[in-house]
Design a protein around this ligand. Structure first.
Ligand SMILES: [Cu+2]
Length: 443
């Protein structure tokens, strides 16, 4: 049994210069790391000291449905001043996170890393470091709620789109890597482990250390391109599940995704940089193994312009791979947007008007997700891990996959965890504006 005590509360947080009033788990952003061995039982007592209702979602964990933290679907929200005990077994080792699943609370500071250790860890490394990436605006004169209101009022925060969800061009930020619009929201800060790039954390190791970086994107509207200056990275996990190792200069991580890499550290001071993809800004951390001047916020290591690996270029390792079986059922999800009133949809419906994706226990279910908009959508499935089918039939095992404009992603899952499970875009503004539905088990 692994006990955890969390308080969701208003907090004053120093981001490394800017001090913001926000909502956090305790007095820190990110919140406290929760770490336990696979198969162990997590017992988390969550107290809500916020003025609003809240909940905790254990992102990526195939847990029992009533502990999944989605108000209206799996529980009643925890009212202000009340507590709730979350109790579940975490079956699969890997890199995860937990965060609020109420409204836009994710875009405040209500998030933290969650690591499930493999008692028989097959990877060999000397040390590890958790890297939490975030886009930040709360307490800078805006709140996530005020931003959502602006977007819904048509005062597009960034750029603009016409009524078909097509970009109107002009000031809309574009990213070739993301196949279109890079985001809807302009953020003043991009954080690594709670610090702005002008006041980065420094972490120290000895030269030659084989380091495992567990990179987590908790951002709400930003994909990050991540590199460590002067180093190549070996990608070993995607969303907690092992992949066939791939060497690369940089990785691309959408909101809700996690990527683990191994790297052998050289001698010096190196920038770990998270470029806010398409947004002309970045987060920074310093990895130091020796002497030398610390890199500064404006550093642009050449690795960022080198080979960039996204999750779709990965292939599940043998022990994570779901071999192809004929699906018992296929659900098509057309991702759409009607931008005049900032509505984002799945099959032309918003969440409150959804048609559940029905499945029966034991079925092999295929999700075919097609993006008909001009912006990418990191689609996240609760309670399961799907097998992405690439052209070769072998993509990564994942719970969150970026679907780029015009693209169709095929993802198979085994319906082995009964309940009502959210399927949604992990852009918190898209999700709140309708782009969510439910995978619903029926008898
Ligand atoms: Cu989206």
């Amino acid at each position: 049994m692994h006990p955890v005590v969390l308080t969701a509360q208003p907090a004053s947080i120093d981001l490394g210069g800017p001090v913001v009033e926000t909502w956090a788990y305790g007095e820190a952003v990110p919140g406290p790391l929760v770490r336990l061995p696979a198969g162990d039982r997590l017992v988390a007592t969550v107290t809500n000291a916020l003025p609003d209702p809240t909940s905790v979602h254990w992102h990526g964990i195939a847990l029992r449905n009533d502990m999944d933290g989605v108000p209206g679907l799996t529980q009643k929200a925890i009212a202000a001043g009340r507590s709730m005990k979350y109790e579940f077994t975490a079956p699969d080792p890997g890199t995860y996170m937990f965060h609020s699943h109420v409204g836009t609370q994710l875009d405040r500071g209500l998030y933290a890393p969650l690591i499930v250790d493999d008692p028989a860890e097959p990877l060999v490394y000397d040390a590890e470091h958790v890297v939490v990436l975030d886009d930040w605006l709360d307490g800078t004169g805006r709140t996530p709620d005020s931003v959502l209101k602006e977007l819904q009022a048509g005062g597009m925060d960034m750029g603009g789109m016409d009524m078909d969800g097509m970009s109107a061009g002009g000031d809309s930020p574009l990213s070739p890597l993301l196949g279109g619009d890079a985001g809807d929201v302009q953020y003043p800060y991009y954080l690594i482990n709670g610090r702005v790039a002008t006041a980065p954390n420094t972490v120290t190791f000895t030269p030659g250390t084989r380091l495992r970086l567990r990179i987590i994107n908790v951002g709400s509207d930003t994909a990050f391109r991540v590199a460590l200056g002067g180093h190549r990275l070996s990608v070993v996990h995607s969303d907690g599940f092992p992949v066939r190792p791939v060497d690369t200069d940089a990785v691309l991580i959408g909101m809700g995704e996690r990527i683990d890499v191994l790297v052998t550290l050289a001698d010096g001071a190196f920038p770990l940089i998270a470029l806010a993809e398409g947004k002309n800004a970045s987060g920074l951390e310093v990895i130091r193994t020796g002497s030398g001047a610390a890199p500064t916020a404006d550093t642009y290591p050449r690795e960022l312009a080198g080979q960039v690996t996204g999750a779709l270029m990965l292939e599940a390792a043998d022990d994570a791979f779901l071999a192809e079986r004929r699906p018992d059922r296929t659900h098509d999800l057309v991702l759409g947007g009607s931008m005049s009133d900032y509505q984002w949809t799945i099959n032309d419906r918003v969440y409150s008007d959804r048609k559940d994706l029905q499945v029966r226990p034991g079925e092999v279910v295929r999700l075919k997700m097609t993006n008909s908009t001009m912006m990418f959508h990191p689609m996240h499935l609760h309670g399961h891990t799907f097998q992405v089918r690439s052209a070769t039939g072998r993509g990564p095992r994942k719970d969150t996959v970026m679907v780029l404009p015009g693209e169709t992603i095929t993802a198979d899952l085994v319906a082995d965890n009964p309940g009502q499970w959210l399927v949604h875009c992990h852009n918190v503004y898209h999700g709140e504006a309708g782009m969510m539905t439910a995978l619903a088990y029926i008898k």
